[in-house]
Design a protein around this ligand. Sequence first.
Ligand SMILES: *Cc1c(COP(=O)(O)O)cnc(C)c1O
Length: 388
Amino acid sequence: MDNDDKRPRFATRAIHMGQTPDPTTGATIPPIYLSTTYTQESPGVHKGYEYSRSQNPTRTALEACLSGLEEGEDCAVFSSGLAATNALLQSLRPGDGFIAGHDLYGGTFRLLEDVFRPWGLEIARAESSDPSAYEKAMKTLERPRMIWIETPTNPLVDLIDISSVAEIAGNNGSLLVVDNTFASPCLQKPLTLGADMVLHSTTKYLGGHSDVIGGALIAREAGQLESVRFIQNAAGAVPGPLDCYLILRGLKTLEIRMQRHCANAMKLAEVLNGLPGISRVLYPGLPDHPGHEIAKKQMQGFGGMISIELDDGFERAKTFCTSLRIFSLAESLGGVESLVSHPATMTHASLPPSERHARRITDGLVRLSVGIEDVQDLIEDINQALQP
Ligand SMILES: *Cc1c(COP(=O)(O)O)cnc(C)c1O
């Protein structure tokens, strides 16, 4: 790949950014700084660290690395993805207008509807993945301040054209925030496509091993996270240093993991596409997927998430999920191990049924987070689980 700007390339940044050897010992890997407090030379004179709710060196290393990977200027990491979302929403004011994408993570939807709508946020929903739906929703708000999208979406794996929505946001004085959890910066860099901020649940692909919960906000411009940092320090949703270390360790293998996630998912999607008993296979790498062209334009790979619709609804979906041996029936995604979930009863159970149906999250819909095992084993596992 060309590298005109002379910065190290993605995989190199993922391993080294923010991680110079420890000045006191030469430790190559950033230490897990457990200290909650930092000794000052004289009152107010210190090395930039006072108290670990405000700053922590292991956290600083992770923030520098994530900023670099998303090509942003600033990053704040949190104790979970939703803690990051919450802090960003709290930086708005009651009466501000917020435009939500049509197919959002269930927890984001719940936070918006059950916490921030009662708090006074004016929320409008885009009705489809089409950019014009955002324009239309925007018009219903008096004071639009923020558009929030996920792409690819969860669980329907719809694609949204980031640069088109960024243009709409810019023309209306609104910020565009992209939840980039499904793609990871390895496959998609929203800030380079015009988005203002990126949100991550680092719990997923960035951590990559299903052993740590975390979140991050990355901003295109320095200073954009000032109010978010204020809220984080004032309210306290900080990640622990061990959590930061685990995510930093995960990032080192992000690129090779994503390559394998994509290759395995592509192969599996092709196999699933021809199987009896499956009425729909939703994967942006398939040429007949409605978002295929957008994915080719704005992503460097099609990702590791596939949703399938099984004939015969809930009973069939239940049998399939419980018959799999390598895929674990579990919430979450993005780890090295393959997972299967049933959105209607699991990740999206917090949505009211009317909302679920409006969003085509049917009882036969099953979501696969394709891991990095040998794909032949995954194919055989799916085949045996589909046997009547
Ligand atoms: C998991 C997830 C979140 C929430 O993150 P937590 O770390 O669980 O708080 C937000 N968005 C998406 C797309 C997710 O998958």
